[in-house]
Design a protein around this ligand. Structure first.
Ligand code: GUN
Length: 288
């Protein structure tokens, strides 16, 4: 048996088409500002992809690029300028920031109403509390839940296992699954016998940043696997010298799983679709 593929690329394309129509009905053009510090190649690529996607759905995008050496005070000043710019409805500070900058202090400066990345400590705090709703939810975790919904995977009452506890993916996706009434276990570097924990999962979210880490014999047959990993694996047959692989050994795991996301073409396009959706919602809220 081979798992059904959860086609994030196609689902994200449908979401973008729907957003395009919503943008046309708005009395203002939604605007997204990205703030990029330094020239990390992965960050530059992600920011470029975000701007391309904005253009496709009719969202205006503004790029702020600052040198690696920028001071925290200057960065905060730029964020505050964007907070008061009426043409900017959403602000995204690309992470990671250089080590001399306190990430939390910068993220806390983003206006709550424009925090389309959902990383403001108040939004994260609300996500973690019962009966409280954040204004925005982080995009990659939101994309994971959307993929589960589109694939028809029931969440309530089921065992979900999350590999990784990062602020960007692991922790917020665990909180979202909990809000959807899953029974959630989070595995991390100090977890004993990860394979035994993974074997309990009806839903597995892998966000651990280790290429092809999850093995087929760790999986319960029929499990739904959401692979958030984007890792480069050396590959002499590719023109780039590498190919992208997830955190799951895809070729082996697809023989055991019920449904699985590919890498690339799974969670990546969904992250960007969720960013656009958050930006359009920010604009809708700000014009009301
Ligand atoms: N770095 C890696 N993923 C993300 C993300 O979703 N948002 C931001 N701002 N930075 C990231």
């Amino acid at each position: 048996m081979s798992a059904r593929l959860i086609d994030g690329k196609a689902i994200a394309a449908d979401i973008r088409a729907d957003l395009r129509e919503q943008v046309q009905r708005l009395p203002v053009q939604p605007g997204l500002a990205t703030v990029l510090v330094g020239t990390r190649p992965d960050s530059v690529t992600y920011v470029n992809m975000k701007h391309r996607a904005c253009a496709e759905v009719g969202v205006r995008s503004v790029r702020v690029e600052l040198p690696e050496s920028v001071s925290e005070a200057e960065l905060v000043g730029r964020v505050r300028e964007l907070n008061t710019d009426p043409q900017v409805h959403g602000i995204l500070v690309q992470l990671p920031l250089p080590p001399h900058i306190d990430e939390e202090r910068v993220l806390a400066q983003v206006s709550l109403e424009k925090d389309v990345d959902g990383f403001h400590p108040v939004n994260i705090g609300r996500l973690a509390m019962k009966n409280r709703d954040p204004l925005f939810v982080p995009c990659t975790p939101l994309g994971c839940i959307e993929l589960l919904r589109h694939s028809g995977t029931a969440i309530a009452g089921r065992q979900a296992v999350v590999l990784g506890r990062s602020n960007i993916v692991g922790l917020p996706v665990a909180l979202l699954l909990l809000r959807e009434n899953a029974t959630v276990t989070v595995c991390h570097s100090r977890t004993r016998d990860i394979a035994a924990v993974v074997r309990q999962a009806d839903i597995l979210v892998a966000a651990i940043g280790k290429p092809e880490y999850v093995q087929a014999d760790w999986l319960r047959p029929g499990v739904t696997v959401i692979d958030v990993g984007i890792n480069q694996k050396p590959d002499a047959s590719s023109a780039r010298g590498y190919r992208l692989v997830g955190d799951v050994d895809f070729d082996a795991c697809r023989r055991v799983a019920g449904q699985i996301t590919p890498v690339p073409g799974g969670t990546g396009p969904m992250t960007i679709a969720m960013l656009l959706r958050n930006t359009v919602r920010a604009a809708q809220r700000q014009v009301q």
